[in-house]
Ligand binder design. Structure first.
Ligand SMILES: Nc1ncnc2c1ncn2[C@@H]1O[C@H](COP(=O)(O)OP(=O)(O)OP(=O)(O)O)[C@@H](O)[C@H]1O
Ligand code: SF4
Ligand SMILES: [Mg+2]
Length: 340
């Protein structure tokens, strides 16, 4: 759509391994509007991280984006040269990952690392970058900014390191922040603080956020819209209100039911019974067929494409209307579940 900040269509990404090809992303499509928070939810291995890494040019080595478009502010990121993407990453698109230690340089002072991005993207001069770093440390809740500027990552707690990563990611006022499981490694209290911080920064900087999370409850609390991924495809996409009122894909309904049944005890559990598909061949049927109680012969013969069910609500299921009618609706607002 013309007014979207990011519009990804039919994205395909593959990895080559000794034992064959992994079809990690199989025609994923989604979009993010200006100022919107989009949640990407799905089990481990469903292609959440590879989807976002693909669009910012970080799938390398044995992996390759083999199809699709990813229009960001009108430009197809998948057609840009490496150098052009480097300019966009960190300036227009900020990124935060689950483990800040893998993204922070252990031998460099925190303040210098925050300044570095602003200087390399010519966001401001050295003095401006220094002052903005102090301001950012304050904004992300790191007290005594001048003293903390000189600290090294190992001198910070996990929560503080994540705050520093957030400061780095938003330093150049990106239009889009991609946060891949930003709170998974943190304890519950710190998780909440980090999510609140992201929301505050979003409002202040008017940026869009793509939040990847295992936690369906977090997604419903924090996001405007959610997409549910499975086997490298988007299974369902809707506003949070619609997800709560009318989930229409059997997988989403399974996730929702597990939230209700197991509540906050869900962290060690698989939310939906069954084993995920292996991704060693391109899908030729519904990837959820082996786990689906609604499966029919058609599901085993034909890939269901993502199609509109109602305005803004898309589902990749041959039987979505019947599933919706049968499942009814049960609110999950405020509940928490881990869908690994
Ligand atoms: N370098 C790689 N080589 C081979 N396969 C890979 C590689 N990177 C990812 N994959 C495969 O791609 C698929 C999607 O992985 P991805 O990391 O996107 O999952 P995810 O949804 O982010 O899972 P998680 O919740 O565990 O982070 C998985 O099957 C994974 O094993
Ligand atoms: S297409 Fe068929 S197997 Fe797949 S989710 Fe829908 S009903 Fe289940
Ligand atoms: Mg991941």
């Amino acid at each position: 759509m013309a007014d979207e900040l990011l519009c990804v269509e039919d994205l395909h990404t593959e990895f080559w391994r000794g034992d064959g090809t992994v079809y990690a992303v199989n025609g994923a499509s989604f979009s993010v509007a200006p100022g919107e928070t989009l949640g990407i939810v799905g089990e481990s291995g469903s292609g959440k991280s590879v989807s976002v890494l693909s669009i910012v040019g970080l799938v390398r080595g044995n992996g390759q984006v083999t199809g699709g478009t990813a229009k960001f502010m009108g430009k197809d990121l998948l057609k840009l040269r490496r150098r052009q993407l480097e300019d966009i990453r960190g300036r227009d698109i900020g990124m935060i990952f689950q483990d800040p230690m893998s993204s922070l340089n252990p031998t460099m002072r925190i303040g210098d690392q925050i300044m570095e991005g602003m200087l390399s993207h010519q966001y401001t001069n050295r003095k401006g970058a220094f002052n903005r770093t102090l301001q950012l440390l304050d904004e992300v809740g790191i007290p005594e900014g001048r003293a903390r500027f000189r600290s090294y990552p190992h001198e910070f707690s996990g929560g503080m390191r994540q705050r520093a990563m957030i400061a780095m990611a938003v330093a150049c006022e990106p239009q889009l922040l991609i946060a891949d499981e930003p709170t998974t490694a943190l304890d519950v209290t710190v998780q909440t603080q980090i999510l609140v911080l992201l929301q505050e920064l979003q409002q202040k900087q008017r940026m869009s956020i793509v939040l990847i999370t295992h936690d369906f409850g977090v997604a419903t609390n924090v996001c405007d819209r959610i997409i549910v991924m499975y086997a490298g495809k988007v299974m369902e996409s809707a506003s949070v209100a619609e997800f709560i009122a009318r989930p229409a894909h059997p997988y989403t309904i399974g996730l929702k039911r597990s939230v209700i049944e197991v509540g906050t005890q869900a962290h060690q559990l698989k939310a939906v019974p069954g084993v995920a598909t292996t991704l060693m061949a391109p899908p030729h049927n519904c990837p959820f067929a082996d786990r689906c109680q609604f499966v029919t012969d058609r599901c085993r013969a034909e890939v269901p494409e993502l199609r509109p069910l109602s305005e803004g609500h898309y589902v990749a299921c041959h039987r979505a209307e019947e599933v919706l009618a049968e499942a009814g609706a049960t609110a999950v607002e405020g509940a928490t579940a881990d869908v690994r």
